[in-house]
Design a protein around this ligand. Structure first.
Ligand code: PEP
Length: 249
């Protein structure tokens, strides 16, 4: 079975009730490729609003979750609380959290484990900085980030993971990776899945690309055999998000 194309929209810390309502209504009324899985990720305060408005076919993801079940963790949100509010997805390891909030590979891996143990699916973000790319360390960095998750997850749990390869230098910069650069890293991630998890994960885990994806560049990226979709930041707030969801039709 071919892997189902997946497009995520990461709103980051953008939007208020009115604008988020308008984005969701726009998606609800648009003609979306029915073969593409769509998941949108609003700020935490608007998760329940988004879930109540969005067509049930559209998934909703939190942008973060904590690794402990409950307790004295001011400002954090638990897996149980997300499940309780009918949220089925979470974005973990976004570079803005790795870089700005100093989240470590190990913490990100623990959160991924807690999320999947508690019944969530995870958009697991990895990617190198410009400095790391220029030092030819891209594969080393993404392998290190993946190895941390592999230490925590069972083989079966990879069925609940979508890997988002997001070169940090391409996020929000307008500098998209070339199709060749994206395909090369995606193929290496797929090879890693085969070697470090198993053949089933290698064939079935989706590896999506993120970093300045737009309605202009999505079609070419989508032609690559190991690009199974996109994680979209800025453009997910615009009507053009529909064109990215429909990149393959
Ligand atoms: C992101 O936030 O995951 C992202 C890829 O952002 P942008 O599309 O704006 O580069």
């Amino acid at each position: 079975m071919p892997r189902q194309f997946f497009v995520g929209g990461n709103f980051k810390m953008n939007g208020v009730a009115e604008s988020i309502t308008s984005i969701v209504n726009n998606l609800n009324s648009a003609k979306l490729d029915s073969t593409t899985e769509v998941v949108i990720s609003p700020p935490a305060l608007y998760l329940t609003l988004t879930r109540s408005l969005a067509d049930p076919k559209i998934g909703v993801a939190a942008q973060n979750v904590f690794d402990k079940p409950n307790g004295a963790f001011t400002g954090e949100i638990s897996v149980e609380q997300l499940k309780d509010t009918k949220i089925d997805w979470v974005v973990i390891g976004h570079s803005e959290r790795r870089v700005i909030l100093k989240e470590t590979d190990e913490f990100i891996a623990r959160k991924t484990k807690a999320a999947i143990d508690g019944g969530l699916s995870v958009i697991f973000c990895i990617g190198e900085t410009l400095e790391e790319r220029e030092a030819n360390k891209t594969i080393e960095v993404v392998t290190r980030q993946l190895n941390a998750a592999a230490k925590e997850l069972s083989k079966e749990q990879w069925a609940k993971v979508v890997i988002a390869y997001e070169p940090v230098w391409a996020i929000g910069t307008g500098k998209v990776a070339t199709t060749e650069q994206a395909q090369e890293v995606h193929a290496a991630i797929r090879e890693w899945l085969g070697k470090s998890i198993d053949a089933h994960a290698q064939d079935n885990v989706r590896v999506i690309y993120g970093g300045s994806v737009s309605e202009k560049n999505c079609r070419e990226l989508a032609t690559q055999p190991d690009v199974d979709g996109f994680l979209v930041g800025g453009a997910s707030l615009k009507p053009a998000f529909v064109d990215i969801i429909n990149a393959r039709i």
